[in-house]
Design a protein around this ligand. Structure first.
Ligand code: AMP
Ligand code: MN
Ligand code: MN
Length: 338
């Protein structure tokens, strides 16, 4: 399948009905990229019917305009679209409830930055090095024509996937693209504060629990924590309240990989992994049927928490062994030169 940057005008020529969708349990980048493109399309192509399909939007993201217009379930009357634009979604299964709309659409496009993405749409614009899908959307738009609502959403997306311009995926181009959005008169500070840093009491409580019960393993190179269903019930927490916990675990000094397990049903865990400099967690997630990025990936796994952690750490250990071997080889080569 084609993987290249495309011209929006060309793509939308003769289209009457367009749908936008993103991955299950939508995060800041997913919501930001979808809503950013939605507002732009509504302004620039008012003759086209544009609908957005996303699972329930977590409360903090409701700051973004138009999130109340999003459909969170299929509508009987709308099944056939001329075009389905799939954003921030690494594989069609992760579209969740909107997948039939993608399958039935006359044409499909995927805009994404997951390294695990196998270019599953008719037309794909996948850049694994890009900080976020929101940044990719910025590069598709006419800068002069970006409305403020789009700029707010896209800025939020970039902020979230870069951890507020902190992670290694933040490039000089990321800063330049964010600057273009800032010039649209957005309140960047409020977006960062309200959608990224602000936590509810419950979110902080469950974060505290996860930190308190975390364990250092593999010679203190990995940190792991598990939140079980009974804790979720005790704190009245929703899965979206767990967002960001794995990033805090990753901040632990000396740790290379953070692993966070969330029990979704007995013997079934949603696993989030984050790494700092060495380990490619996307390969590990993919090995178990998930996906993601080199430094941030996820997968759903069956078994006891103990089994899941064992299976993952085995893969991490293998990567460490390969790295050690490489280091030894390069030392031998250096030695040979003298
Ligand atoms: P998370 O740990 O859920 O925040 O996810 C980290 C990254 O991996 C995100 O970019 C997700 O889109 C991706 N990801 C998470 N879970 C899965 C999965 N089951 N399959 C494919 N990609 C995933
Ligand atoms: Mn995402
Ligand atoms: Mn993303």
């Amino acid at each position: 399948m084609k993987n290249e940057k495309f011209d929006l005008n060309q793509l939308l020529k003769d289209k009457k009905k367009v749908a936008l969708g993103g991955h299950v349990r939508p995060d800041g980048d997913c919501i930001g990229s979808v809503m950013g493109l939605y507002h732009y399309l509504k302004q620039e192509y008012p003759e086209i019917q544009t609908d957005v399909y996303l699972e329930k939007i977590p409360e903090a993201f409701r700051l973004i305009k138009g999130t109340d217009e999003v459909y969170s379930e299929l509508r009987d009357e709308e099944t056939l679209y001329d075009l389905f634009l799939c954003l921030d979604c690494g594989d069609p299964m992760r579209l969740g409830f909107s997948r039939p709309l993608f399958e039935n659409a006359k044409e499909s496009v995927c805009i994404d930055h997951h390294i695990s993405n196998e270019a599953f749409a008719d037309l794909n614009y996948i850049v694994p090095d890009a900080s976020s899908t929101s940044e990719l959307v910025v590069t598709l738009l006419d800068e002069e024509r970006i409305p403020q609502e789009s700029a707010e959403a896209l800025y939020m997306g970039i902020v979230h996937d870069t951890g507020v311009f902190r992670y290694s995926c933040t490039s000089p181009e990321t800063m330049e693209n964010a600057a273009k959005l800032m010039r649209k008169g957005i309140n960047g500070n409020e977006i960062i504060e309200k959608t990224f840093y602000e936590k509810t009491y419950v979110q902080n409580q469950i974060l505290g629990r996860a930190l308190l019960e975390s364990m250092l393993i593999m010679d203190r190179k990995c940190i792991v924590s598990v939140i079980r269903k009974n804790s979720m019930e005790f704190f009245h927490a929703e899965p979206s309240d767990l967002e960001g916990i794995v990033s805090v675990l990753r901040q632990t000094k000396g740790v290379e990989v953070a692993i966070f397990l969330h029990e979704i049903e007995p013997h079934k865990y949603k696993v989030s992994m984050r790494s700092k400099d060495l380990i490619d967690v996307s390969v590990i997630a993919k090995h178990f049927g998930g996906g993601g990025h080199v430094r941030a990936a996820g997968v759903t796994m069956a078994g006891s928490a103990h089994d899941v952690i064992n299976n993952i750490t085995e893969q991490i250990a293998r990567q460490f062994e390969v790295l050690e071997q490489k280091e030894k080889n390069s030392m031998v080569q250096e030695f040979g030169k003298e």
